[in-house]
Design a protein around this ligand. Sequence first.
Ligand code: ADP
Ligand code: TRP
Length: 340
Amino acid sequence: MNDLVQPKRKRLLSGMQPTGTGALHLGNLAGALSKWIKLQDEYEMFCFIADWHSLTTLYNDTEQLANASRQVAADYIAAGLDPDKCSIFLQSKVKEHAELHLLLSMITPIGWLERVPTFKEKREFLLEKGDGDESLSYGLLGYPVLQSADILIYRANAVPVGKDQAPHLEISREIARRFNRHYGNVFPEPQALIGEDTGVVPGIDGRKMSKSYGNAIYISDSPETVAEKIKNSFTTPAKIRKTDPGEPENCTVCLLRRLCDPDGYTTSWEEDRLGERGCMQNKKELTEIMNEMLEPMRKRRVELLSDPVELDRILEKGADRAREAAGETMKIVREVMHIG
Ligand code: ADP
Ligand code: TRP
C-alpha cells in the first residue's frame, strides 16, 4: 500500500506522569521539559500529562490524581511551555489514546513487553517486597503499549525524553513497524530525542534525582527549602578542608552549579579542583543562582494554580486540538483495519 497522507508539519510529542504530588523537579526540567520548550517554535508539539499511566502504580490511591495533574500542567507552563504554540492536555481527556491502545494490544507480542527493563525491575521489586504475582497488573505489562498509542495517535515523528525512556521508544517503533507491515504505512517510526548533553541530574544525596528517592529539588520549592536542601547536599567526600582538592564531576553541588550556570561555572570548578574554594562557598553561590533561576517559574506557577478555571480552560483547549489530530488518525486506522 502507498504512503498515506501525513501531517504537514513535523510533529513532536512527550509527556510525564503525575505521580506523587505532581510537582516537577530539576531532573524533569533539565532532562525533558527544557528541551520541549526549545523545540516548540520549530515543531507542532503535543505535551500531555500521562494520568492513565500513573494508574499502573497508583490505582489504589486516585484521590490525589486530579490535583497532581494540575501541578504538572502548572509546572509545564511556568517553565516556559506556551499553550498557544503547544497543545497541553490530560491523556484521559482524549479517549482516542485508549481506542488505539486496545487495537495495538492485539498486535503486540507479550514477549516484547516481558523483556522491557522497567517492567522487569518493577516485577523484581514487587516480588522482593513479598507482594506476589497478584500485584502485577495487566496494565503494568501493557504500559509501553499505552505509551506507543500516545505517540502513534498523533503520528509523531520524534519524542523528546530522558535516557531512561529509550526502551519504551524502541517498543513504539517495533509496534509501528508491525502495524505498517499488516495494514499499510500509517505511522512514521517515532525517533527518541535524547539529549546526551544533560545526562542524569543528581539529587542531593548523589543518586539520580527522582521523586521516589526523596532527594529532589522541586521547581515549587521555596527559597528557604532550596537553601536547606543545598546545605545538606552531597559534596566530594575526600574534601574536608577548604584547601583539599575537590572533584567537581563527583560533587552534586558542583554538578547542579553547571546545570544552573552553564556559562559561568568553569571558574568555580577550577578553583574547587585547586583547593582554592570551600564547599560552603559553593553551596552559598549555588543557592543564590538556583533561587534566581527558579523565582520567575515559582511566581508563574502560583498565579496559574490560583486560577483553576483558567488552567482548566488551557487544558481543555489543548485537549480539543489533540482530539482533532487524534480523530484524524483513528479514522485512517479504522479504515485500514476494516473496523467500523
Ligand atoms: P521520577 O524519577 O522523578 O519519577 P519520571 O520518571 O516521571 O521522574 O521522569 C519524567 C521525565 O523526566 C522523563 O523524560 C525522564 O527521563 C526525565 N528525568 C527524570 N529524572 C531525571 C534526572 N534525574 N535527570 C535527567 N532526566 C530526568
Ligand atoms: N513513560 C513516560 C515517563 O515515565 C511518560 C509517558 C507516557 C510518555 N506516555 C508517553 C513519554 C509518551 C513520552 C511519550 O516519563
